[in-house]
Design a protein around this ligand. Structure first.
Ligand SMILES: C[S@@+](CC[C@H](N)C(=O)[O-])C[C@H]1O[C@@H](n2cnc3c(N)ncnc32)[C@H](O)[C@@H]1O
Length: 275
C-alpha cells in the first residue's frame, strides 16, 4: 500500500493536473451545487447579497441598453446569469459542470426566461466579436495554468466586440496559505467521496511563480484520486502586465466585482479591461 501511495506524496511539478476534476465529478458536484445555492455559503459562489450588489454595479458601468450581449464564463448554476437576464442583458452562460448547467437550464424553463446555457470548457470557446461583456467571476482565471490563461485571454479578446469589456477577479497575495499537510478520516460519505475514505491535504508554494497548490488526495479501499486546485496570486502590476498585452485598449482596477475602490489590504482585485 505504501508503495502505491508513495508517488502521490511528493510535491508535484507546477500545474500538474490532478487525476480527477472536482467540478464535474458526480458526487462532488452535488455538494458544490448545494454550496452555490446556500445564500450565505461562500465555498463555490459568493454570498447572494454580494451577487446582487455585483450585478447592480456591472449594470451601472456597462448598461444593457449599450452593452446588450453578455457571456458569463464558469456560470455555475446561474446565480449571476439569471440576475443579468433580469437586468436586461441577453445572456449566455458556459460551464463544464454538467450538474450545474442542468440545474440552470431547468431553472430557466421553470421561470420562463430565455438564457442560453452551454455545457463546455471555456477553454474551447470560439466566438468572434459577438459579446459586449464577458464575465469570469470568483477568481477562476487564476486557477488556470499560465499557458491556459493566455489561451483563454486570446479567446475572450476575440469574442468581444470592439469597446467590449472583460470583467473578472483574482486573489491578491494576502490570500496565500502557509505550506501545510493535514489529514482526516471520513467513516461515511463526505464532501469528496460517497464511501469511507482518508483525505490527505497539502498546501504547496511555488514562490517564483506566485502560485500555490491546494491538493487533496482521497484514498478509498481500492482507489486513490488527487484533486489539484492551483491559485496564482496577483498585485495590480502583475495583473495588468499579463492581460493588457493581449490587445486591450484600457483598463480599470477595483477591489472586488462590486466596484469597491482598491486598497492595499484588498483580498481580491477586479479587472475591467476594454477591447
Ligand atoms: C468558483 S465557481 C464560480 C461560479 C460562478 N461564477 C459564481 O460565482 O457563482 C467556478 C465555476 O467555474 C466552472 N469552471 C471551472 N473551470 C472551467 C472551465 N475550464 N470551463 C468551464 N467552466 C469551468 C466550475 O464548474 C464552476 O461552476
Amino acid at each position: 500500500m505504501l508503495n502505491k501511495l508513495k508517488k502521490y506524496l511528493v510535491k508535484p511539478e507546477i500545474y500538474t493536473p490532478g487525476t480527477n476534476s472536482m467540478w464535474d465529478d458526480y458526487h462532488i458536484s452535488e455538494n458544490m451545487l448545494d454550496a452555490h445555492l446556500e445564500p450565505e455559503n461562500e465555498a463555490a459562489s459568493r454570498n447572494h447579497k454580494f451577487i446582487d450588489k455585483s450585478v447592480k454595479w456591472i449594470t451601472n458601468i456597462a448598461p444593457p441598453a449599450k452593452y446588450a450581449n453578455l457571456l458569463d464564463l464558469g456560470c455555475g448554476p446561474g446565480l449571476y446569469t439569471k440576475r443579468f437576464h433580469k437586468a436586461g442583458y441577453t445572456v449566455t452562460g458556459i460551464d463544464f459542470s454538467k450538474r450545474s448547467i442542468e440545474y440552470a437550464e431547468v431553472e430557466a424553463v421553470l421561470c420562463n426566461v430565455d438564457i442560453t446555457y452551454i455545457y463546455r470548457s471555456y477553454l474551447n470557446i470560439d466566438y468572434k466579436e459577438q459579446f459586449d461583456i464577458i464575465t469570469l467571476i470568483y477568481c477562476d482565471y487564476a486557477a488556470l495554468s499560465k499557458s491556459d490563461r493566455k489561451i483563454l485571454l486570446e479567446k475572450i479578446y476575440q469574442a468581444l466586440k470592439p469597446g467590449g469589456m472583460f470583467i473578472f477577479d483574482v486573489f491578491t497575495h494576502k490570500m496565500k496559505l502557509p505550506a501545510s499537510q493535514t489529514w482526516y478520516y471520513s467513516p461515511d460519505s463526505g464532501f469528496f467521496c460517497d464511501n469511507p475514505h482518508l483525505c490527505l491535504n497539502s498546501v504547496y508554494q511555488y514562490p517564483d511563480e506566485h502560485v500555490e497548490l491546494r491538493q487533496t488526495i482521497v484514498v478509498t479501499e481500492d482507489d486513490v484520486k488527487t484533486y489539484n486546485t492551483w491559485e496564482c496570486f496577483y498585485n495590480i502590476e502583475q495583473l495588468v502586465d499579463e492581460v493588457l498585452p493581449i490587445g486591450f485598449s484600457s483598463y480599470k482596477i477595483y477591489s472586488d466585482v462590486a466596484g469597491k475602490a482598491y486598497s492595499d489590504d484588498s483580498e481580491t482585485l477586479c479587472g475591467v479591461f476594454v477591447k
